[in-house]
Design a protein around this ligand. Structure first.
Ligand SMILES: [Mg+2]
Length: 392
């Protein structure tokens, strides 16, 4: 079997573009992989095009060999955007190999250790605050509306949620200071937010807060300490410096989750060696399955659970499902419930979520295919809409 064509496919995601790699073979088998990045979609697609000459004509079953070739081609600029492009190609190759052998991808990763994966409702309230016109949902004008959202999450069967620093109002906003400094007033709002979600969903309900890269170390520590009054799933903080994450972890009783943006095992190892975080977040669209498995296996050897980062289309959810299926040390997996209204149309099979758990699919390959005709109905215009953010 030989690869005859490699191409990126993009589709409107309302906050930017979903990005996929498609690989065709001379046998007629086609593989799809998702490598969405919400800020640099053109760069990821261009990376797939740049790797095409290396991949065309090759045997798609020799995945590790092709990964080595792609890593060597990009050795002067590893990680970052090009790792997303490599990841998309790798996922399309895994899809082809699974289909060729008639097995689900998890069989290529060591076999299934679980039938279900617990998932959490991510960006809960975040998108409704940032893009109110995109959803036919109630506006978030007060903390009472946050309570109602917490009730909705429970009613829809989820057992955990993650939010960002949503500030109710008209319009609502998501706080993101340009200077990384948090004020006492914003800390109060973070406490009110988590308190309202707990009030609505229940005091035992797992709630996580993601403050991303938005705060300096001292501010992140102040937020963490203020939230210690709650029994939280985790506080999520990002930095490319493992010592920063370790300092935050050491300063608080909250569990700290981090490192979704670290996309190579070589870089990630610095975080694990330092035991910088309690939960290791891995994005399969950004790091790729091979790098992700290496990271997860080292994390397992250090008794650290992993949690896939996954806010993309359903294909990425399938990719993360197979990754989780083959690992013991998975705490929980991310999924977005509020998404582009056309997201369900883009794939042939939808993820099956029952009582807050994603059922691991057993079909060959990833277990779903892209509907290219549907994708053509939602072309990405090249626009990345502005989020509603606040510095007040
Ligand atoms: Mg995050």
């Amino acid at each position: 079997m030989k690869i005859v064509k490699v191409e990126p496919i993009q589709c409107d995601a309302f906050w930017g573009s979903y990005t996929f790699a498609k690989i065709e073979t001379d046998s007629g088998l086609v593989g799809y992989g998702e490598c969405t990045d919400w800020r640099m979609p053109r760069a990821v697609a261009a990376g797939i095009c740049d790797l095409t000459t290396l991949i065309n004509g090759q045997d798609p079953m020799r995945i590790d060999s092709l990964l080595t070739d792609m890593a060597r081609l990009s050795e002067t600029a590893p990680g970052g955007v090009i790792q997303r492009s490599i990841s998309g190609i790798e996922s399309a190759l895994l899809d082809i190999k699974g289909k060729a052998l008639g097995v689900p991808v998890y069989e290529l990763l060591g076999g299934k250790v679980r039938d279900r994966v617990r998932v959490y409702w991510s960006h809960c309230g975040t998108y409704r605050a940032e893009y109110p016109s995109a959803f036919d949902t109630n506006p978030i004008r007060s903390y009472s509306d946050i309570e109602d959202l917490g009730k909705e999450v429970v009613a829809r069967g989820y057992t955990a949620l993650k939010t960002n620093l949503v500030i109710p109002g008209d319009p609502a906003s998501v706080y993101s200071p340009s200077d990384g400094i948090v004020s006492a007033s914003i800390i109060d709002k973070a406490v009110n937010l988590i308190g309202a979600f707990k009030e609505g969903a229940g005091q035992d309900f797992d709630v996580a807060l993601d403050i991303n890269f938005h705060y300096n170390t001292e501010s992140a520590i102040r937020i963490a300490r203020a939230l210690e009054q709650f029994d939280m799933l985790w506080l999520e903080v990002d930095s490319f410096e493992p010592e920063v994450i370790r300092e935050i972890k050491d300063s608080t009783t909250l569990a700290i989750c981090s490192a979704e943006s670290v996309t190579t095992y070589r870089e990630y190892r610095r975080f694990l060696d330092l035991r910088a975080m309690d939960v290791a977040m891995i994005d399969l669209c950004w790091a790729g399955v091979s790098q992700g498995m290496r990271i997860a296996h080292q994390a397992a050897s250090q008794e650290i659970p992993v949690a896939p980062h996954n806010l993309w289309s359903h294909l990425a959810t399938f990719q993360a499902a197979h990754f989780c299926a083959a690992l013991n040390n998975v705490q929980i997996m991310e999924t977005d419930v509020d998404a582009a209204p056309w997201r369900d149309e883009l794939v042939t099979e939808l993820p099956e979520i029952v009582d807050g758990d994603l059922i691991v699919p057993d079909r060959p390959g990833w277990g779903t295919n892209l509907c290219e005709n549907a994708i053509k109905q939602y072309p990405w215009t090249g626009a990345i809409p502005a989020e509603i953010s606040s510095e007040s």
